[in-house]
Write a protein that binds this ligand. Structure first.
Ligand code: SAM
Length: 305
């Protein structure tokens, strides 16, 4: 794949680089904000699963907090520093990470918690959806500790089989839950975002990190809610619908007739897992898969034995 072919195939990838965002995901949060005015009155926010950091960039530019720490960003992976963003490297499903985040908000709760977390997809849809749900529920668990009443929680969801169970759990804590699909999120992807507004936990609810919200003895029949417990949330698409379609390829030359110029990524990944393979490949030391048809046929000289 050439350097420009991804630019051509994915217009939001190209626009992200041109506008200085670290990832195309920035447009998803911006389009969600266009629809829901997520940043209004927000001074403190948490960005869960934040690397490489485009949502943190958006948050630090758009919200009215002062000084370092008004945005707390958390990810498994290291992230290049961003002004005004306090970074925690850790796994949001781990108690120790959750405690570290919560500590930061003791006495001054957050107005907004966002989570764009995605597991490494396996291609096995049930497994991927389950992993995604676990990530969302870990994020919700953290949100119940740090959000102020009336606060907002936005999280990536996979609109799979068990999504109604997730909606029901979210509705326990928020007065409004909407499923939103930004224009920059590919139609071909089951990804969408649960936009939960008006944090209002049930009377007597005591957040408890040791009790995950999802039942770990996973039962697909149990997870299909029927009757009054089945909650159908509104679905909206957001972002200007006449703008770029994220599933289409666009010509590289711009509409105003000017010539395409390659823009390097705003922030190359820090020690990505594939780095070692790249170094070995450059040195010609990356092992190649040996297929049976590539093996030389060795004939044994029986006379000499
Ligand atoms: N919103 C980010 C941005 O705008 O740059 C992009 C997030 S990327 C789609 C998903 C991130 O989720 C990855 O960086 C991955 O490391 C992180 N992630 C996945 N599982 C996680 C976990 N258990 N704890 C913390 N981060 C996790």
């Amino acid at each position: 794949m050439g350097r420009t072919s991804k630019d051509k195939r994915d217009v939001y990838y190209r626009l992200a680089k041109e506008n200085g965002w670290r990832a195309r995901s920035a447009f998803k949060l911006l389009q969600l904000d266009e629809e829901f005015q997520l940043f209004q009155g927000v001074t403190r926010a948490v960005d869960l699963c934040a690397a490489p950091g485009s949502w943190s960039q958006v948050l630090s530019q758009k919200i009215g907090g002062q000084g370092s720490g008004h945005v707390v960003a958390v990810d498994l992976q290291a992230m290049a520093p961003l002004p005004g963003v306090l970074q925690i490297q850790g796994d949001i499903t781990q108690l120790s990470t959750a405690k570290e985040i919560i500590q930061h908000f003791e006495g001054c709760p957050a107005d907004l918690v966002v989570c764009d977390g995605a597991p490494d997809v396996t291609g096995l849809h049930d497994v991927d959806e389950y992993m995604q749900a676990q990530l969302l529920l870990a994020a919700l668990n953290i949100a119940t500790h740090v959000l102020k009443p009336g606060g907002c929680f936005v999280a990536k969801i996979f609109r799979g089989r068990d999504v109604t169970l997730i909606y029901s759990q979210l509705r326990v804590f928020f007065s409004s839950v909407v499923c939103a699909k930004p224009r920059s999120s590919r139609n071909s992807s089951i990804e969408a975002f649960a936009v939960c507004r008006g944090y209002d936990p049930p009377a007597g609810f005591l957040p408890d990190l040791t009790k995950p919200l999802l039942d770990h003895s996973y039962d697909p029949d149990f997870n299909q809610l029927d009757g009054p417990t089945r909650i159908i949330v509104p679905f909206v698409t957001c972002g200007d619908l006449s703008s770029y379609d994220s599933d289409r390829s666009y010509p590289l030359d711009l509409e105003d007739g000017s010539e395409y110029k390659y823009t390097p990524p705003t922030q190359p990944p820090i020690s990505p897992p594939y780095q070692e393979a790249c170094t070995l490949k450059k040195k010609g030391r990356l092992a190649k898969e040996i297929r049976p048809q590539d093996c030389p046929i060795t004939t044994v000289d029986t006379m000499t034995q």
